[in-house]
Design a protein around this ligand. Sequence first.
Ligand SMILES: NC(=O)c1ccc[n+]([C@@H]2O[C@H](COP(=O)([O-])OP(=O)(O)OC[C@H]3O[C@@H](n4cnc5c(N)ncnc54)[C@H](OP(=O)(O)O)[C@@H]3O)[C@@H](O)[C@H]2O)c1
Length: 250
Amino acid sequence: MRIGLIGYGRMGQAVERVATARGHTIAGVLRRETPPEVRLQIAQQSDALIDFSLADAVPANVALALQTRTPLIIGVTGWDAQREAVAQQVQAAGGSVLYAPNFSIAVQVFLQQAVSLAAQLLTLEGWDVALEEIHHRGKSDAPSGTARALASRLQHALNHTRVAQYPVPADHRLPDAQFAVGVVRLGSEFGTHRLMLDGPYDWIELTHRAKSRDGFAYGAVRAAEWLVGRTGFYHFAEVLHEILAHKEER
Ligand SMILES: NC(=O)c1ccc[n+]([C@@H]2O[C@H](COP(=O)([O-])OP(=O)(O)OC[C@H]3O[C@@H](n4cnc5c(N)ncnc54)[C@H](OP(=O)(O)O)[C@@H]3O)[C@@H](O)[C@H]2O)c1
């Protein structure tokens, strides 16, 4: 498969490494300064585009993918406010887009288990919950897309009896109907997410820690292999079982 990379920062370079190791070729790299005619040319020459650039660039990248009918993987975070509009645009145009705030397959399993664990224990008396995420200083959004996804799935599982609070209020106690989302920015940390549960007699922590960026890149490349030949607007978590069962014809 020929892959066009959008963004060649930390993640773009990880995708290049992982995709090449899986036998794919890089059709070209779209950088911030790449002129429109070159963007068009690279998109036309790609079987799939993988976007790890910036939230502000997502609408233009979706438009490029729809114009050239190239399947698009969006790994960028921080564009949630535009998601509904993008979904409608993709469906109306018969395009193919798959997105995830976190392409780590292990994180998707972690999220399922974390929500199930918290939802069971929070039905008992005296249990409290909090989330924490730790990322490198270069990260441009907070809380992370994964922390927001975990908070939202947890709120849903708890029928919104508790809602996420970030940042924690500086001038009053945290109400019982809210749970804290903590954010730490530290050095070159790839990404840690932690669920903490505090009960009358027990403390439980469930932590996922990425050892490198390659796990995110691997999930994005597997998603691209699956997306080629399909149309629709997909969330990675919703089609993960199909992606894992998919064997690419090489
Ligand atoms: N879904 C996941 O699994 C996952 C995992 C990790 C990170 N992320 C997200 O992926 C995004 C990128 O992360 P990163 O760590 O790779 O960031 P990064 O190192 O800052 O790289 C972003 C790159 O995008 C480039 N860029 C900016 N605007 C562009 C445009 N219009 N067209 C093409 N390239 C453009 C930047 O170029 P300049 O240097 O010129 O600004 C930079 O090289 C962030 O939103 C991050 O939160 C997602």
